[in-house]
Design a protein around this ligand. Sequence first.
Ligand SMILES: *Cc1c(COP(=O)(O)O)cnc(C)c1O
Length: 387
Amino acid sequence: MEPATRVVHQHTPVMPNSRPISVPIYQASNFAFDDPDALADALNAPDQGFAYSRYANPTTRALEETVAALEGGTAAVATASGMGAICSALMGVLKTGDHVIAQSCLYGGTYAALDYLREHYGVEVSYLAGEDPAEVADAVRPTTRMLYLETITNPVTRVVDLPAFLDAGKQAGLLTVVDNTFATPLLCRPIEHGADVVVHSVTKYLGGHSDVTAGILVFADEQRYRHGWHHTMEMGAAIDPFAAWLTLRGIQTLALRMRQHCANAGRVAELLSAHPSVEAVHYPGRPTHPDHEVAKRVLADFGGVVTFDLAGGRDAGYRFTKGLRLVKLAASLGGVESMTLHPASTSHRQLDADALRAAGIGEGTIRLSVGIEHVDDIWADLSQALP
Ligand SMILES: *Cc1c(COP(=O)(O)O)cnc(C)c1O
């Protein structure tokens, strides 16, 4: 089945003569058994029934099956947040003395988690630019365990050559983990390129409506899934059934939403490129983007995030976000509504110009998560707020 069909037809329970069209919310923490052996089985393995919702829940399972199928994985484990999924992927595998090779422009929370593991648990981390797959072999040590990548990076939308980097990771015998939040399985399925584990902040495009905080881990193989399920369950990172249900509902329109996000983002990137107050536009769909050729090969479309640099620096960025009326000033992204962030005056306000530059962010850099509104209205608001 095509992804556009899979997102609509989710797995629903069989009843005596019929089945519900939508997945019900099983808002139950607990399930009663007649047979103690059956209860023990359900506590021992993820596919032996439902006993306790931190271990498994039917609504959560429907979400896990839907996303696993979309990503081309064997099975998935849904979590309470994207960071829950990422920390589970890291801590379920890494031991003191292990070495991780990660991309240098990671999501801030992931960078902080790796730093915490280094400081408290002696996990070593080195970072690569993500431009040449030979960087992987150069960084490998005898203790290297994992290669950690993001499909599209935040905020400057770099696109790594996923097949080549995953291949280099495989050659070195590494476990490969890819954060596919920005691309979604509609634009890229890292497991098809050889990834072992895919993680998502479901909070963003999969949920899609700015009403749920959740995450998910998708596993390419069964054994790693069983281990991942066990570890995630013991860490207590389980998603709430209602959050799982909201996500299932959001996912039904994922194909439609992504089509509109990408179309709008492409148009906004084009208009921004022609605007005199805009110094540079970072969007993988633009021929001027350094990874445009890679993006054409690796992604089915170029995503909904457009980042741009205002000529007037920090002050211009601050005034731009203050002047917006329709587009929301917000820390998150991936919702149906357009949202924007000026890192220099908000998320990265402690950093001076040099520290910002080291993080790949300019003083006038604006990250725009282009929503699914009519593009003329998005542009009308952006252009009235632009200097
Ligand atoms: C938001 C985000 C996360 C963290 O997800 P939460 O749901 O906020 O915990 C991880 N990776 C990427 C790429 C993100 O955008």
